[in-house]
Write a protein that binds this ligand. Structure first.
Ligand SMILES: Nc1ncnc2c1ncn2[C@@H]1O[C@H](COP(=O)(O)OP(=O)(O)O)[C@@H](O)[C@H]1O
Ligand SMILES: Cc1ncsc1CCOP(=O)(O)O
Ligand SMILES: [Mg+2]
Length: 280
């Protein structure tokens, strides 16, 4: 029988939330969800800064604990900023996360993602359709959203194999593909996470927030695998509690309740008991 995720990462699940210090995370991100992302970091007791001008990087990188690079809104300036920050993080050994928003939609974003990969970021994540395109597989994603067709058991096995072969060339990067089942692949192993509710696909920024939470946990010193597994599980457990407290079913109130749980759930000593997932 496969090992339960809470046994594999027992220490990280037990000690991470609530955060005992406040990692400072620089997020170079998109205009759609920038406010949700900054607030989500504050709700878990991390600190956001959304600095994207390369002139600031030498000063800024002496202060930040982690970097998030989100491809959700590309302009000529933001492309330069993402690439400069990615290289600077590698040079200064700051942990970084790349979020592949929209990589399944356009060649430009795909090309930027491949350039950012050359810096060996700690984590590369996206929804399942974005990660399929990134890994060179056929993807049926639409815009910035993942597609159900990419979530079949066969598609998950195919993606697992493609990511495993990427880890041979990029052994210091952990890959995360999100959806109904979240797939985590690194040189150290492969895991599937099974929390969350379908409503998470119905408001914008859920994947973006997960990327920022992962960066915060890297900034605290968790390993790549620990940061990914604990951040995804925590966010998805917040959503499960929110859904249970939202009998009318409206998505706007579900959103508020999910974000509210980011600051509340960790005070419930038993949240780890809600976590579902295993090694594969
Ligand atoms: N159908 C679903 N069931 C459970 N959890 C989901 C579902 N869809 C998305 N999630 C969760 O919502 C978060 C965002 O995932 P996803 O929607 O794939 O990313 P994005 O917002 O980047 O498209 C992840 O934590 C994921 O596990
Ligand atoms: C950049 C962007 N463009 C339309 S919605 C959106 C935000 C995407 O966020 P997520 O990847 O979390 O769904
Ligand atoms: Mg996304």
């Amino acid at each position: 029988m496969s090992q339960k995720i809470t046994e594999v990462f027992a220490q990280a699940f037990k000690t991470t939330f609530p955060l005992k210090s406040s990692p400072l995370v620089d997020c170079i991100t998109n205009a759609v969800t920038i406010e949700s992302m900054a607030n989500a970091l504050l709700y878990i007791n991390a600190k956001p800064i959304m600095a994207d001008v390369p002139e600031e990087f030498p000063e800024l990188f002496t202060q930040i604990d982690a970097l998030l690079l989100n491809l959700g809104h590309i302009s000529a300036e933001r492309k330069d900023s993402l690439l400069a920050a990615g290289s600077y993080a590698a040079e200064t050994h700051k942990p970084s996360v790349v979020d592949l928003v929209g990589v399944s939609a356009t060649q430009l974003r795909y090309d930027i993602s491949q350039q950012l990969l050359q810096n060996h970021p700690n984590v590369i994540k996206g929804n399942i359709s974005e990660v399929r395109r990134f890994a060179g597989l056929k993807s049926t994603g639409r815009g910035v959203d993942g597609s159900q067709l990419d979530q079949s058991a066969d598609a998950l096995s195919e993606l697992t194999a493609a990511l495993q072969s990427l880890t041979q060339q990029y052994p210091n990067t952990t890959f995360l593909a999100t959806g109904e089942t979240d797939l985590v692949v690194s040189a150290k192993g492969q895991w599937q996470l099974k929390n969350g509710v379908p409503q998470l696909d119905r408001f914008t920024g859920t994947g973006d927030i997960v990327g920022a939470l992962i960066a915060a946990l890297l900034g605290l010193g968790l390993t790549n695998d620990e940061a990914v597994v604990v951040a995804v599980s925590y966010f998805n457990c917040c959503a499960e509690v929110a859904a249970a407290q939202n009998p009318e079913g409206g998505i706007a109130s579900f959103r508020t309740k999910t974000l509210n749980q980011l600051s509340l759930l960790a005070d419930k000593t038993d949240w780890v008991e809600m976590v579902k997932g295993e090694a594969v």
